[in-house]
Design a protein around this ligand. Structure first.
Ligand SMILES: *Cc1c(COP(=O)(O)O)cnc(C)c1O
Length: 427
């Protein structure tokens, strides 16, 4: 990241917090007629001041020329760069404490582009389970056709669980990537990020090739979890969820070390998986309230999870705030998570029949997939988001026919409780 006056992070010696920087970082009003808010740059291409400048910008964009620290890369064409994308990437880097970030047209295109940047036919990768349904389908049914072996990891808490998956993958080809999602969608299963990171380093020392550790941080990040500080190489996001936070767009991002982001950005430019300027502009506005939105949703989620736990129709609640003290999970939670989040599942007695009866009687909460928006959403993972996974595997991962997923928004928690209680009563 190049340091410019609009990359100001201090007032005197006082370091500004990320919450504050979301209103200013990466944008200088003097470039835009004094407009306090960044304009939307709806332009596919950017005029060069001279032919020489055009040639230089292309050299930089293609990576043929390295910039010194005072220079910024000139704008070329919106598949490569665009002011709205760059501002958003600057702010995501701040939130994630990463060198750089790249934004994408969706969470899936972010994950796909990052994986393709570091995998080649004949290589292998490890993927944690459970994991977002789309990610699971992509790597279990598409990447293998390109000669990449994908080995699942169901225990990300013990050295044995992690190394057995990594060693199994390495038997099928050079281990290029370890992709984990923690807390996992939808069960909130935890993975020890620094333990996996340490095993990636050791694997690298033994074999001469360190696998890239990618952590999908959609559930808690970036406010309540910062995987890079725990040894992740790359953090991946469905920006659609908490970051954008209003259920009005689809976007993705990855953030990480400069050299890794260089490779990802280069492939993004080739594939054209970048985000559009309008969505980037909207997400910039969303980031201003990210911390407030997540705080409110988290407080409400705790109230609702506690009430659900006591409800006679509920068997269990997979809420991170309920981890038993003294367990391995409790240690990991204390180490890497700063809050229990606001997306969780609960299991009702009576399986799909009762779950559907509840869902069909909900009046306020929207019956929809996705999560992390200002409005609360409710869904049945086994028949929707995780329907692509075989029934036995789903069950083993803790997703039953009676599992209901809730994403708590910023409404009044009392209203949400009233809605859930009336629906359960009627069911
Ligand atoms: C939604 C989601 C994705 C996919 O993101 P899109 O923006 O829908 O492409 C990936 N990972 C997790 C954890 C998700 O919840």
């Amino acid at each position: 990241m190049k340091q410019q006056p609009y990359h100001k992070r201090f007032v005197g010696t006082h370091k500004l917090s990320p919450d504050t920087l979301m209103m200013s970082y990466g944008y200088d009003p003097k470039f835009s007629e004094g407009a306090v808010k960044p304009p939307l740059f709806m332009s596919s291409t950017f005029a060069f001041r001279s032919a020489e400048e055009g040639a230089h910008f292309f050299d930089v964009t293609a990576g043929r020329v390295k910039l010194n620290t005072e220079e910024t890369a000139g704008l070329v064409y919106s598949r490569f760069n665009n002011p709205n994308l760059e501002m958003l990437e600057d702010r995501l880097s701040i939130l994630e404490e990463a060198d750089d970030a790249c934004v994408f047209s969706s969470g899936m295109s972010a994950i796909t582009t990052a994986a393709m940047a570091f995998l080649r036919p004949g290589m292998s990768m490890v993927m944690s389970k459970p994991i977002y349904g789309g990610t699971s389908s992509l790597f279990s049914s598409f990447f293998p056709d390109f000669g990449i072996t994908v080995v699942p990891m169901t225990d990300g808490l013990s050295v044995e669980g992690i190394t057995s998956a990594m060693n199994e993958a390495a038997r099928h080809g050079q281990l290029g990537l370890v992709l984990v999602e923690t807390p996992a969608n939808p069960t909130n299963t935890l993975i020890d990020i620094s333990l996996v990171g340490g095993q990636c380093l050791q694997h690298g020392l033994r074999t001469g090739h360190k696998p890239i550790l990618v952590v999908d941080n959609t559930f808690l990040g970036p406010i309540y979890q910062k995987p890079i500080l725990h040894g992740a190489d790359i953090v991946a996001y469905s920006v659609t969820k908490y970051l954008a936070g209003h259920s009005d767009l689809v976007a993705g991002a990855v953030a990480g070390r400069e050299d890794l982001m260089f490779a990802v950005r280069k492939l993004r430019g080739l594939l054209g998986t970048q985000l559009d300027p309008h969505s980037a502009w909207l997400i910039g506005r969303s980031l201003e309230t990210l911390s407030l939105r997540m705080q409110r949703a988290n407080e409400s989620a705790r109230i609702i999870a506690e009430r659900l736990r006591e409800h006679p129709m509920v068997e269990s609640v997979n809420y991170l705030g309920f981890i038993k003290p003294g367990t391995r999970e409790a240690t990991i939670f204390a180490k890497q998570c700063h809050s229990a989040g606001s997306t969780f599942t609960f299991n009702v007695k009576g399986g799909r029949e009762v779950a559907f009866r509840i869902l069909n009687r909900i009046q306020l909460i929207k019956l929809a997939v996705s999560l992390g928006g200002t409005e609360s959403l409710i869904c049945h993972p086994a028949s929707t988001t995780h329907s692509g996974i075989k029934a036995e595997e789903r069950k083993a991962l803790g997703i039953t026919e009676g599992t209901i997923r809730l994403s708590i928004g910023v409404e009044d928690p009392g209203d949400l409780l009233a809605d859930l209680e009336q629906a359960m009563q009627a069911a």
